[in-house]
Design a protein around this ligand. Sequence first.
Ligand code: ZN
Ligand code: ZN
Ligand code: ZN
Length: 414
Amino acid sequence: MLYEEVLVDIEQAKNANLPDRLIPKLEKRRNDSLKLMSTVERMKLIEPTLDYEADKNFPCMVNVVEIKYNAEFGRNLVAKCDIPVGKTVVLERDIPQIRDDLLTCNTCLRLYTNCFACPNCADATFCSLNCLNRNRIHKSECGTFFPHLDLEMRFQIKMLLMAIDSFPDVDSLMQFVEHALLKDPETLPTSLDDPNSKYYFFFKLATSAPYIFGPSEAYKVYKAAMNLPKVSGLFDSDRKKRFLMHLVMHHTLISNANSFGVENGTFVANVTSLLNHSCAPNIIGYLFSSYSLNVTGRPIEKGEQLFIKYSGIDGLSTTMRKSSLKSRWGFDCKCERCEPTRAPIDRKLITADPCYKYVAKNQHIDILYNQTESAIIKKKCVAFLNKYGRSPWSSEIEFVFKVYQHNIATAKLV
Ligand SMILES: [Zn+2]
Ligand SMILES: [Zn+2]
Ligand SMILES: [Zn+2]
């Protein structure tokens, strides 16, 4: 289905001094691809966008959402007007993330592209020369032991390298951190439009969750980072080494409280991290290429908070769910599912809805190979969730919410 990419691959193979006898084979494949391109439904790589105008200070967030603060939730995101289902409201790029997957480009993290190996190591692939050249972080890891560390360790080191890369030298980073530490912990960063303010936002994320990554792990991260020539070259005095150790500790606290686990990977995103948890969420969050995307999954009224659901609680009873959230994240969940205040909706009414019936009947289609049907399912999900999404949470709403989530997250690949 990726015929255009096949054509690029063929050109690359020709330029790589392929033996003459193999050229006719490539020509045949090229002609086959050209023929099929005109007949078959093709896989397109989609560039995601926000569904409203971007906020002036936080361009990764729509201007109909604002960052607020309150004692119960700390910083949180609130709707400035009614927002229906299916709207992308937060879209963050170039976030610290690690994925164990050589099929994705090491820089832009696109899947299904013409990846080629790094010219200097066998541990990273890139989709284009542009991605190879602009990846300054990989240059620090290239040809080292880095790819053989475990995922968490690599993630911690990646965060360090990103911090180092945001400043012209270590002294500037040290000054910046000293200044940031003195600021009120609740101070809202005022923008996200340059690497320094991006790092400041990250540096001031909550660090309050129960700690699952101990000081001895942080020390291991420090030791591993110091084995990278770039890091040991920069942190060459006792004062700088001490600073680095403290910085690693602070980063581990941030990632402990804010990182999201995904299949084969982990990431931290700034504004996405301000989304609090509800067992009955109104936002669907997912990762696509280098983007963290957050889309409305239930209608949100003006003044209401935006909530995502943290992972690892599906299928648990209310008691188990609450205790699991308490032990991992340190809060007592008081969401509408954990502490319901409204009578449940008539389930017969909801299951008789034609959109619900359609989604229930067609939920198992293969999205990657049936984009037209997936688009219809998404439409039915949106119609259903706009109609019933504000009713008390029920297994039917959860079911449609999940089908919608699966379709939007997978459809981004096609
Ligand atoms: Zn790329
Ligand atoms: Zn390399
Ligand atoms: Zn809850």
